[in-house]
Design a protein around this ligand. Sequence first.
Ligand SMILES: [Zn+2]
Length: 676
Amino acid sequence: MHKSLCFALLAFAASLAAQPVTQLPYSPSLDLTSMDTSVQPCQDFYRYSCGNWTKQNPIPADQASWDVYGKLAFDNERLLWGILDRAAKGGAGRNESERKIGDFFQACMDEPSVEKAGTQPIDAAMQRIARIRSLADLSKAVTAGHADGTGSGTLFSISGDQDLEDSQSVIAFANRGALGLPDRDYYTKTDAKSVEIRAKYVAHVASVFELLGDAKSAAAAQAKQVMAIETELANSMLTRVEMRDPHKMLHKMDRRQFQALTPSFGWEGLFPALGIESAKLVNVTEPAFYQALEKALHVHKIEAWRAFLRWNLIRDASPYLSSVFVNSHFEFYSKYLRGVPQLQPRWRRCVRYTDRDLGELLGQVFVAQTFTPETKARTVAMTKEIELAMENDLKQLPWMGDETRKRALDKLHSIVNKVGYPDKWRDYSALSITAGDFGGNVLRASQFEDRRQLAKIGKPLDRGEWGMTPPTVNAYYNPQMNDINFPAGVLQPPLFDPKMDDAPNYGNTGATIGHELTHGFDDEGRQFDAQGNLKDWWTDKDAAEFERRAKCVSDQYSGYIAVGDIHINGKLTLGEDVADLGGTMLAYYAWKHTTEGQDLKAADGLTPDQRYFVGMAQWACGEVRPETKRERAITDPHSPLEYRINGVVSNMPEFAKAFGCKVGQPMVRENACRVW
Ligand SMILES: [Zn+2]
């Protein structure tokens, strides 16, 4: 009792402290106060580098985890909050961009209006579902949901994506539909915790039906029907590890062949309703899913399908409706599944929704305020240094034959570097944003984005597009575009620190650049060629050697515990683990190259090499709630933070040398893995 009161007071203090800012707070990319020097670096390098960070930065009550990336994202959001607050209050003098982001944010912040609206934003869609009496009605209602933004993941999802075998052309993709639990494994696993989660989930679904006005017994019966349908569909879905093999996702067929997988659904109405009637070719990522859907349409009664569609609709919309729905969604998905005690403050949720729905309008202001031409020049130059390091590495890689080596170099030289923000900003003029209509704005934005994606089908590919908004604290490699992308949000202190010297900057941001670059050559990325096509460019001998080396990494990580008695799934995390190792090595070589001939000095009791490694480790300082660790062990292709550091350095002789670590100590693996 006492403890929870104390917790509530602390949380209250924290919410008082959160204010919009006009400038990002500064923290250095190598922070001595984050280290715990009572831990020996050769025993546990992660705790040595980050032990005090976690002590000084407990997980806030409204977070599932808290780390250097999350804290920077929070600071970025406070800056965006200030921008949005000014745009909301700007009055008649605003330009159209300011009006859009300002009105969107203000409508979201206007709790009384949202409260008064209740379920109004989805009432029409609910009525559509209530009228379903046949499979033909069901097809019409699902089609309407896909077309108007209320249900584009319901039953299945249709998108416009690059043809896996011809990256220049964009074709229709037919993908699996959404489930209510975070992964198909939640429906198939038989351990006690999974059984408990399913029981809690069914109870949650029933409670939401009650909120919609159903009687207790009817709500419970419908929740069971939802679970039965979802379980059947989940059983037909590929696992996350299977989905890492792009060949398993490649099934191109004409419309007739596609429609024959699920003949009982009214496809004839769907394609025109989505504006893609001319799309003749469809890549069906999981044909078995569509066959299971056909079977399910006949096995389950029409009232079960009404329950399923209602649940999909209310689940997706809950975060944007009145507080009873927001809170019940939070209680199950955040509090129970992820262990988060407290809902995020409204300003934070509203900033994130604005970033999601109008990201390249909001991002323009963010970039102007935070990303100087000097930072861009320095990070572009660093990217080129890392690429040069990879070129040198490839040229002398002992295990690769000349034929594969030539193609690997060709692929490396074809990689496009995108740093900071897009050259051309996205056009939102066709999206209408209305003051005081939060639910309507979210639905229109969702429909606008669906249409934008589908409109790419059959058109020339836009290689300038970004898959993340500028304030995002993250980075990615896209194998079909063959590009690496670093938003302005991730190139800020303490990750990239213009005030610091090269050692921690190469260790931190340099290793991130190397990480994305290495994704082009990990278990998944290596299957795509320089043009982004799924095409094998490896000799059999070199491919076998890659597999052998990659297995060393997946075996290493499978040996680590993620949480409780759950091991890391080393096959799921393989791509990220290979990228972490390759990225840290490449950045190290690049740093050595760029500082060649310089007289690097020790500082604060650390040698230059030690500063490189501590700077590297400190991107990952953080902690994760146990419930969230459990979820991530199933869904997250990244290993837990401590292994993303200790797993890497224990494979690097350069690290052992820098800290004088000896064979037999935990941070030195006897049979070290090395891929790139
Ligand atoms: Zn990655």
